[in-house]
Design a protein around this ligand. Structure first.
Ligand SMILES: N[C@@H](CCOP(=O)(O)O)C(=O)O
Length: 358
């Protein structure tokens, strides 16, 4: 029986992407992530809404960055680049390192010392990136990357590289194809603001092509300690437990404001405790483990459903940007009440534990 093996999102969506027939595609089979309908959360919050999570943590390096990185590295190779560079709060560095390894080029990654989740650091090191820990935050690293790229032969693969957004827009394509229409609301965590911009590009392109009739209101949620869109100005010392969005100077600032206006959406903020509460809710009642930043989308959506800003009857998609396994320390730290006992390795002890915990 003839079958077409899935070989990644560039191959699937090549008609919508800036590649040629002979472009060498650098892919790890990214994309095609599950769109999971939440069965229990609407009941728990007592609201009649259809909530889906787009689980981007199931991409090859565990985050949505892979969608952008396959395009950025493919184009870097096409242009003859031998090295790529990024500043990162962790996920971009993991993706850059992996796709550079796949392409056979060097990745330089600048990360804020002591401020990225352990799993992400492990990824960058294991994939063989040259990891530069800086005594400064992501925004400082981003400026350094922009400055050094003017003086050294490296291609920037942060989302200021336009090919990143091209790749990331495909998540919107997948959602429209799976739902048969665009959702009413699309909620995302916002850090550097490239992903909300990319999704809007995707919905707008599919609408223009007549593949969907509507586009969603785009809603961006930030952590209160790192919320420049809520402050209306850059934040110099961003802080949050959701390290992936610990960004005070978003690079897609202007673009994201345009998305908000064009789509009729809004920005809002969550306290760290609300973000972590949403992360636990999703894990413990739906079996979906995302990293803290990702949970800002669901936490925000739940709040806006409860307060009526998102009306009942709506179809909502929340992007879960990264896998929970990337940040085990934050997960374990908030599971102090989880049942974990050390018992003797004998039948009676196991049985006793079962009976006690039923
Ligand atoms: N959260 C990001 C920050 C960089 O964002 P990018 O989309 O511009 O690469 C990360 O994972 O590093």
């Amino acid at each position: 029986m003839p079958s077409k093996r899935y070989t990644g999102l560039i191959d699937k969506y090549r008609d919508y992407l800036p590649v040629h027939d002979d472009t060498r595609l650098i892919s790890l089979g990214e994309g095609q992530t599950p769109l999971i309908r939440l069965n229990n959360v609407p009941r728990i919050i007592g609201k009649d809404v259809d909530i889906y999570v787009k689980y981007e943590g199931l991409n090859p390096t565990g985050s949505f960055k892979d969608r952008g990185m396959t395009m950025a590295v493919t184009k870097a190779i096409e242009e003859g680049s031998k090295a790529i560079i990024c500043a990162s709060t962790g996920n971009t560095s993991a993706a850059a390192a992996a796709y550079a390894a796949r392409a056979g080029i060097t990745a330089f990654v600048l990360i804020p010392e002591g401020k990225i989740a352990m799993g992400k650091l492990a990824q960058a090191m294991m994939y063989g990136a040259i990891t530069l820990q800086i005594r400064g935050n992501f925004d400082v690293g981003m400026q350094l990357v922009k400055d050094v790229a003017k003086e050294a032969p490296v291609t920037i693969v942060n989302s200021i590289n336009p090919f990143r957004l091209q790749g990331q827009k495909t998540a919107a394509f997948e959602i429209v194809e799976e739902l048969g229409a665009a959702p009413d609301y699309h909620c995302l965590p916002v850090g550097n603001a490239g992903n909300i911009t990319a999704h809007w590009m995707g919905y707008s392109e599919y609408k223009k092509a007549g593949i969907c009739n509507t586009a969603p209101k785009m809603v961006g949620y930030q952590a209160s300690g790192s919320a420049p869109f809520l402050r209306g100005a850059m934040v110099d010392d961003p802080e949050t437990v959701a390290t992936a969005i610990r960004i005070g100077h978003p690079q897609s600032w202007d673009k994201a404001w345009i998305v908000q206006k064009e789509s009729g959406g809004w920005f809002d903020e969550l306290e760290d405790q609300e973000i972590l509460q949403a992360q636990r809710l999703l894990a413990q009642h739906e079996g979906v483990f995302c990293e803290p930043a990702s949970a800002a989308s669901l936490g925000g959506a739940i709040r806006d459903v409860k307060n009526g800003k998102i009306p009942e009857g709506s179809k909502i998609v929340c992007t879960l940007t990264g896998n929970g396994l990337k940040d085990p320390d934050t997960a374990i730290a908030q599971c102090k009440n989880a049942v974990m006992e050390t018992i003797d390795a004998e039948l009676a002890s196991v049985k006793n534990s079962i009976l006690k915990n039923m």
